[in-house]
Design a protein around this ligand. Structure first.
Ligand SMILES: NC(=O)c1ccc[n+]([C@@H]2O[C@H](COP(=O)([O-])OP(=O)(O)OC[C@H]3O[C@@H](n4cnc5c(N)ncnc54)[C@H](OP(=O)(O)O)[C@@H]3O)[C@@H](O)[C@H]2O)c1
Length: 283
């Protein structure tokens, strides 16, 4: 059943599967109308049908490859519209592989989908959201790998560029949140750990074909990632880590960042000065 809340529209990128499809469903249940963005038209149409029928939501599929400039421009045009009160930048690809071997064209695509597109869509959406003053939000889906990408890899794939893009999303969002603190717009970055989606079925170069499937690596149900994000948005949480039971490390992170900034001045640190002096000594 549709909620009796007034309709507002959310734009969800990467809505054809996984976490994005769950954002769409959860928002439709909460009374939101939707624009669903992804490359696979069949998946978007099927989901749109289910959400119209099941929730009474108004749903527009927007078939777009966000790595292509003309498609990104269409998306950017849509998010500027007056009815858009929530932008969920969820689309993402992994491009996993050893850095020295992975195709540069794939790495460029990872940067385009994971960094360029969400930045452009956010830039397009925010002026109107701020000016309308009605309360709005931008949610960016990053990853725990923004923090953990350099930890011992174990069985994990090589991921320097992917981890870098997610680090960008974390820093971008947190810095933007500070900039918009006095505005009616909230911004949030979500850092899921391993999540049970299609994500590891390919590199993201091309869409995963066939019926909806889940990779064999397991992980948190995507609905739980979305539940954490939407609950965190209600409480104004900027950095949301769905699987972190004890939020203590978030406080520790903020403290470490403050210590880094406050402990770093315009004077060369002693350990470098000493090393520099030693390097100048005759051998
Ligand atoms: N699954 C995990 O373990 C995990 C963990 C942490 C963070 N994340 C992040 O969560 C987000 C969602 O991923 P997921 O796990 O739900 O994976 P997924 O099931 O593979 O979904 C990825 C979505 O992005 C879309 N997409 C990919 N390339 C696109 C492009 N060029 N243009 C437009 N849309 C594109 C895909 O649709 P089409 O193929 O139809 O275009 C799909 O809807 C990503 O940002 C990912 O980095 C995932």
């Amino acid at each position: 059943m549709a909620s009796d809340k007034p309709a507002r529209r959310a734009v969800v990128t990467g809505a054809s599967s996984g976490i994005g499809a769950e954002y769409a469903a959860a928002l439709a249940r909460r009374g939101w109308d939707l624009v669903l963005v992804a490359r696979r038209a069949d998946r978007l149409d099927a989901l749109a049908g289910r959400l119209r029928e099941g929730c009474g939501a108004g749903v527009e599929p927007l078939v777009a490859d966000l790595a292509r400039s003309p498609d990104l421009a269409r998306g950017a045009e849509r998010v500027t519209a007056d009815d858009v009160a929530l932008l969920v930048n969820n689309a993402g690809i992994n491009g996993y592989g050893p850095f020295t071997e992975v195709d540069q064209a794939l790495l460029a695509k990872v940067l385009d989908v994971n960094v360029v597109a969400p930045t452009a869509l956010t830039r397009a959406a925010l002026p109107g959201m701020v000016a309308r003053g009605r309360g709005a939000a931008v949610v960016n889906v990053a990853s725990l790998l923004a923090f953990a990408g350099s930890l011992p890899p174990g069985p994990l794939p090589h991921r320097a560029v992917y981890g870098g893009t997610k680090g960008y999303m974390v820093t971008f969002t947190r810095t933007l949140a500070a900039e918009l603190a006095d505005s009616p717009v909230r911004v949030q970055v979500v850092c899921p750990g391993l999540t049970a989606t299609e994500f590891h079925l390919g590199t993201g170069e091309a869409p995963v074909g066939g019926e909806a499937r889940v990779h064999e690596d397991g992980g948190m149900p995507p609905a739980d990632v979305v539940a954490a994000s939407l609950a965190g948005l209600e409480t104004g949480e900027v950095l949301c880590v769905p699987g972190l039971s004890d939020p203590g490390p978030l406080t520790g992170l903020a403290e470490a960042e403050l210590a880094l900034r406050n402990g770093s001045g315009a004077v060369l640190a002693d350990r470098y000065r000493a090393a520099d002096a030693r390097a100048g000594e005759p051998q």
